[in-house]
Write a protein that binds this ligand. Structure first.
Ligand code: AP5
Length: 215
């Protein structure tokens, strides 16, 4: 198994980049945020446990996340290539991933660090709209759908995520700085970080990511 990691603050463009990379690389997109939101939507026990964390922009317990990832990886054949979006998010999760990807069977090959400032991120989150049916991501200003409120891809209804309100966004930014940003150093020491200027257009970000994966 091989994995790449998309690392970056809330709204840095991890999900948008994953959509682009999926079309041009063999990596399978695994977003812990999407898995958790689906669980909340289904009303499952997992969903009920994690809902307050998502609502407040706090991180779900590491052990729970590692269990979810282990189960997800176990569903794929030995040669599968994963693109993790929103995972790992703490040093403990990163160490856990290393035990799930032992050297002989697979490893993390690249960590794409989507670098952006809070000034870039806040308007992106407040203007984001997502398709209820297929999950496609739009932005009211930067990437508007052709018809307001309707997904270009499948005509699904667009909605605003519950955690994209100003108060939760501020707490997500704080959580990122405290708990996730230290992963940049962690992966830098392993020689895996490829920093991408995420303040540019989505096409520019995708081009930089493809070049980093080739390097
Ligand atoms: P998660 O879903 O992972 O949220 P996040 O990290 O806050 O990231 P986002 O999905 O908000 O942003 P993104 O970087 O994908 O940006 P996007 O491409 O959509 O996690 C949600 C919650 O789940 C967490 O708060 C936590 O509670 C829990 N959780 C998840 N994983 C966990 C874990 N491992 N451990 C513990 N808890 C966990 O883009 C944003 C907007 O900007 C869009 O509108 C888009 O159209 C626009 N845009 C994107 N790129 C560009 C660009 N280049 N130029 C202009 N606009 C752009």
């Amino acid at each position: 198994m091989e994995a790449i990691i998309l690392l970056g603050g809330p709204g840095a463009g991890k999900g948008t980049l994953a959509e682009g990379l999926k079309k041009q690389t063999p990596y399978m997109h695994v977003s812990t945020g999407n898995i958790l939101r689906d669980a909340v939507k289904s009303g499952s026990k997992l969903g009920q446990t994690v809902e307050p964390f998502l609502k407040n922009g706090q991180l779900v317990a590491d052990e729970l996340i590692l269990e979810i990832i282990k189960e997800r990886m176990g569903q794929e054949p030995a040669g599968a290539k994963f693109m993790f979006d929103g995972f790992p998010r703490t040093i403990h999760q990163a160490e856990g991933l290393q035990t799930l990807l032992p050297d002989v069977n697979g490893s993390v090959s690249h960590v794409l660090n989507l670098a952006a400032t809070p000034q870039d991120l806040i308007p992106r989150l407040c203007g984001r709209r997502t398709c209820k049916t297929c999950g496609a991501i739009f932005h009211m200003v930067n990437m508007p759908p052709k018809e307001e409120g309707i997904c270009d891809l499948d005509g699904g209804e667009l909605f605003q995520r519950a955690d994209d309100n100003e108060e939760t966004v501020m707490s997500r930014l704080e959580v990122y700085e405290l708990q996730t940003a230290p992963l940049i150093d962690f992966y830098e020491k392993l020689g895996l970080i490829r920093t991408i200027n995420a303040g540019g257009s989505a096409d520019y970000v995708l081009d930089q990511a493809l070049a980093a994966l080739r390097g």
